[in-house]
Design a protein around this ligand. Structure first.
Ligand code: NI
Length: 135
């Protein structure tokens, strides 16, 4: 872990009050920890937007397994992007629906291609993506 560096920040009083309320609502111990988390979240989003760097995350999909060729297409896609997939958890939701939570670690560009392709598979009804990084 890098050593911590102190720096001064000029901020409007009202914005600081809002920030302090945010820190309390989130149960964070201090402004420094809150600011570090916000910076990491913002930088991770930028890496994702640029499609560069190593990112970590999950993508959760709900799909109708009875739809024609859905299961085969999802399996083929996961094999195509196997280097970015750590593991997959499958839940049989009801008679027709399945949920898969796919844990991801890899190049932001490859993961973006994978997630975009998932959305195009017939039978996929919803996608929820969470991406972060260790910057
Ligand atoms: Ni299932």
């Amino acid at each position: 872990m890098d050593s911590l560096v102190r720096f001064g920040v000029a901020i409007p009083e009202g914005l600081l009050e809002e920030f302090d309320q945010f820190v309390r609502r989130k149960g964070l111990p201090n402004r420094s920890k809150a600011l570090r988390q916000l910076i990491r979240e913002r930088l991770s989003r930028e890496m994702w937007a640029k499609g560069t760097g190593t990112v970590f995350g999950t993508v959760t999909i709900i799909y109708d397994h009875a739809a024609s060729a859905t299961t085969g297409a999802l399996t083929a896609l996961q094999h195509d992007h196997g280097e970015s997939i750590i593991c997959t958890t499958h839940v049989h939701v009801d008679h027709h629906h399945c949920m898969e939570c796919i844990v991801l670690k890899g190049d932001a560009g490859d993961i973006r291609l994978f997630v975009d392709a998932l959305g195009g598979v017939r039978g996929v009804q919803s996608i929820d993506l969470s991406i972060t990084s260790i910057v």
